[in-house]
Design a binder for this molecule. Sequence first.
Ligand code: SAH
Ligand code: SF4
Length: 444
Amino acid sequence: MNVYDSNRMVDILKPFGYTTTDVPDDADMVILNTCHIREKATDKVFSELGRLRDYKEAKKAKGEKMLLAVAGCVAQAEGEFIAKRAPYVDMVIGTQTYHELPEMIAQALGAYGSNRIINTDFPVEQKFDYLPEEQQDVTPSAFLSIQEGCDKFCTFCVVPYTRGSEYSRTVETILDEAKRLIDAGAKEINVLGQNVNAFHGEDKLGNTWDLGKLLFAIAELPVERIRYTTSHPRDMHDSLYAAHRDLPKLMPWLHLPIQSGSDNILKHMNRKHTADDYKRIIDRLRTDRPDIAFGSDIIVGFPGETEEDFQATMDIVKYTNYSQCYSFKYSARPGTPAANMGGLVAEHIKSERLTRLQTLIREQQASFNKKCEGITMPVLIDRESDTEGRLVGHTEYNQSVIMDGNKRLYGQIIDVAITNGTPNNLVGNIVTTEDKTLKDIKTA
Ligand code: SAH
Ligand code: SF4
């Protein structure tokens, strides 16, 4: 979501003459787009701001200006605090106001060095209606945000406070954006939302569409691959199962966070589903799409978590057998109900549980990737590696693949014979129709 937002900020600023640079010394403005989900992410913001301050000072010494802005969820949640702790920040831009960037920049330049602009409102108008249609730098695997915010209020989570309540874009604007992305070269569309399967966008006739229906419509477009993230187990619905069953373009990999395998912890997290409900979803998806693989997010050490609760988490991980899974130590977020729950789990116990969980996840991931050795898989080449002559792509199961190849293959889906599967990625050789590697062709 932050990558999507950053790209849209670039789109907004393009008509005003701004382009992106990789070199902070060159920058007239730096926008730090931030994440507030865990404490670690927030801490990083302040250390990064300290570093950026040095660039700003260096510019000042040369008699030049550098606007420094903080955007995203830390800006939304801690705008006033940032202003106090980092007075050299010129702009604080909330998650729902970045479409107003040009005005804010004009104001900040006017007040440069004397005052700062803080805009963390949740305006009545929707920023999506004010974003430019044109998108710069469309990548082969493109993001398309269809829904934002969340009304679920899981007790550990800041998202409902930083992104606001659940909002779905209209079907028409989404399909138009999808068409433009495809025209600009996108082969894969990643449909995005904080709670993407809670999507309930309206069409022109005033009918409400769910995510399943929307995926069927996107699949009608000349796109090769479709994914969606992040989904909540409570919002799985019939047409979404049907999409997994009937749409070959919908990739056979689903990130479906469970958070905990203990019903007691799930209840205190306000997830409103049980471990068994989750297993039934996994079973049904495996029936509808037998080759599907799963990803997840898991929190260890939520307040009150006992060893027995943790074992229940290990059990559900064994049951699901994930191909990729993120896991985190619980981090208390100010203002969330869990932060006041008591029953805190000691840091060393959290660490020890995380290690056990990650060992299991790594074994599952390694075994999934190992099974791919000797198989030829279609891979979307979506990144050039830092090493010359090397390419990086993604399989249908969202595994990274590294291979030798010419960069003209960027943006194509090609067959790759997998030679090596490690816990983190795959290595392979590009296969041509004549079953030659690209290297053979180049030397022929
Ligand atoms: N909407 C998604 C999750 C978005 S947040 C869902 O409902 O599953 C991304 C992930 O960050 C979460 O799935 C959770 O595992 C993790 N996370 C969120 N808040 C956290 C916290 N306070 N401490 C540790 N991990 C957290
Ligand atoms: Fe946060 Fe996801 Fe729960 Fe919403 S559903 S509160 S985004 S964890």
